[in-house]
Design a protein. Sequence first.
Length: 475
Amino acid sequence: MSTPHPNIVVMKFGGTSVEDATAIQRTLSIVKTRRDQGLQPVVVVSAMAKVTDTLLAAAAAASHNDSEKALSLSFDLRRRHLDAAEELVGRRAIGALAHELHQKFDALDDLLRGVSAVGELTPRTNDLVVSFGERLSSILVAHAFEHRGLSAAHVDARTCIVTDSHFGKAAPQEAIIEARLSEHVLPLVAAGAIPVLGGFIGANAEGITTTLGRGGSDYTAALVGGGLHAGAIEIWTDVNGIMTSDPRVVPEALRVRTISFEEAAELAYFGAKVLHPATILPAVQKNIPVWVLNSRNAANEGTRITAIAPHCKSPFKSIAAKKRLTIIDIVASRMLMSHGYLKSVFEIFDRYKCPIDMVSTSEVSISVTVDSNEQVPAICAELSKIADVKFEGRKALICLVGEDIRGQNGISGRVFSAVSHINVRMISQGASEINMSFMIEEDDVDEAIRSLHRAFFQSPDESVFDVAALAEVAH
Ligand code: ASP
Ligand code: MG
């Protein structure tokens, strides 16, 4: 194993943390704090908020030969980046930065004209178009740091993040990435500079631009942190971290100080959208702690995600809800559940590429939960050829997550007595053994979550939950 660098902290800033000059200033002071603490920051930035969506729209317009629309979207982006640049470094110092930004936008416009001329957009070209978001934001941020006396060094992420050629969702090649980081990033850190890289983008072995998939900047941060054997990775977003529940529903919801990777993964699946845990796997595997922090509230300690959860006196870490679900009841009226019957049922869902959330079966019936979507009636029409089918929308799944429920008897009893006044449809204790979920009416979600929160977070474990913050609010 190569040398660990416990002093390096990889700091990833999402789109809202670099959305305009004000946000970039905030980012800058956060990075400065870390440097002043004697740490060595390596910065990874997303594209400015909404830029990726706009670039995708421009590429799509160009593919329909609408060069006018594509170029006008690109022009809006050019204005936005130059406005932010001017606000950050001032009109007098903007020369070199403006030149660099204009060059990039000229190249983007040429590309969009090319796509419009042929009216064809390959995944490879789409990746090239969308890569401009992070290439531009990283240049802008590096210049802004430099201008404010933070010695920064822009690094084109494509020189380090080597991937396969699966355009749109390329797989990183970790061993090569580690070597590239040692070559291009470590010397900068050793010289006292702060490397600034765009997230999300990479290149294949031939140097052709690729991307890691939507939301891929977290992935870049984990790859950079893992490859450098950094001491910590910080994901700076616009929330205080992972909470025991949605604070809009439960005002007394608490910040979770530490959560395991597995718990965070379960929660993400059930709609807690802070980050997609699969993307931080390269860091977790190397035991590098990942923090989720709020760039609008930098004093807050955030949530620490670790490979192994510390012991917690409360059985659950968090309660989440997934709404807009439909439940489909399939009753095999004529044939009892014969061999191959389940297969033919699931094949229909498969044909519509409709993922299933939860399944429960009896001898003659199957109940299946899916995201409500316009395909449900068509799926049910097909199912009705082999069964009696009923479907009902406006359902929700409540999900309680916590490693400490493993092997604990009596937990489900406590859960269901907390919601005994609510009509519960389907119950499942996930195979992962760290989540319990059940289905209710969408209208009952808020009441169910509040009751469960009251039942399970009455006397929270102070080593795991931020109880002090709540006491402050109460004063
Ligand atoms: N800019 C990319 C996206 O919006 C990657 C990221 O922000 O993580 O998906
Ligand atoms: Mg993101």
